[in-house]
Design a protein around this ligand. Sequence first.
Ligand SMILES: *Cc1c(COP(=O)(O)O)cnc(C)c1O
Length: 379
Amino acid sequence: MIPYGRQSIDEADIASVVEVLHSEWLTQGPGIASFEEAMASYCHAKHAVAVCNATAALHIACLALGVGKGDLVWTSPNTFVASANCARYCDADVDFVDIDSETLNMSVKALIIKLEKAKQQGRLPKVVIPVHFSGLSCEMEAIFALSKQYGFRIIEDASHAVGAEYNGYPVGSCKYSDITVFSFHPVKIITTGEGGMALTNQTELADRMVRLRSHGIAQKPEHMVSQAQGAWEYQQIELGHNYRMTNLQAALGVSQLKKLPEFIAKRRAIAKRYHDLLAELPVVRPVTSNESSWHLYAVRFPAEKRKAIFDAFRKADIWVQVHYIPVHTQPYYANFGFAWGDFPEAEKYYNEAISLPLFFDLTIEEQDYIIDFIRNFLS
Ligand SMILES: *Cc1c(COP(=O)(O)O)cnc(C)c1O
């Protein structure tokens, strides 16, 4: 079976996790700070806050930006449900901005139109969450300029984009956002089993996210509301969560991060090869990019053939996947009045999409087998 995505774990990864098992700290140890510092440094960001998964990172990012009841959060419909759910955890209302038919990311044109309408109605979003679909960054410079014009904050959902670049800067630098979130789920670019991280250049946001990942308890004396009576004292300042990452995960993260440049180079080579080999076939290839991390290689097939080819792929033991069912069509979001037809570009894309296998250990032979399968099916 060839999956669409899979982790790559080597002996160095295993050794670093085993080392933690022999150590004193299974969680809340110095390994967390090592992973955070390494990632912040890689991304040229000031702060990094490690948590148990990207969903938790999105949640504390929303909380740190003050998202609450009645606030409005906008994201892309072409994403995993977590990009929208984080706002619902805060009791905020969710709305979507349709995608660009080429990049498959939030359309800046659609965003401008929606913002202008929202301004007239006095219902502007508090936070916009652009999602870097497949590892290709959204047009952050334009979205950042709009955030200044209309007064919203930005969380980048960069779950797909660990190791990607934008305008020559690493995604995660937060040059055009308040907070950037990464996922380390095994299908993503690097893994910690489960895991996530929130990066920011704003010390206040970082301190707040550190507090929120551990019950809302102040870590530093200067963050306490009154002077501590003794060394035993901790003060819960607000309602937080237990979203901590373990040291086992952090050690795996540090080890994986060392291989990130190699992982990205390989993913780009695989994507380039798909691009070249699919050139003569009647499919729509994703836009080319030298800066994408290529989490996904999503091909568009004729909509009327999509189901048949998907089933045939799976029969051929090629475990392709579809990314994504537009979030607004999920039964949960239909409860809020969303329906098919609301975001036509995301829906059109969904009806044609299949993500081909793309992971570090994918072989040339496997890739040829996949291409041959597509050629035979379509001829
Ligand atoms: C994977 C993913 C998430 C959630 O990541 P977890 O670490 O599994 O919580 C959020 N957003 C997007 C776009 C993702 O692909």
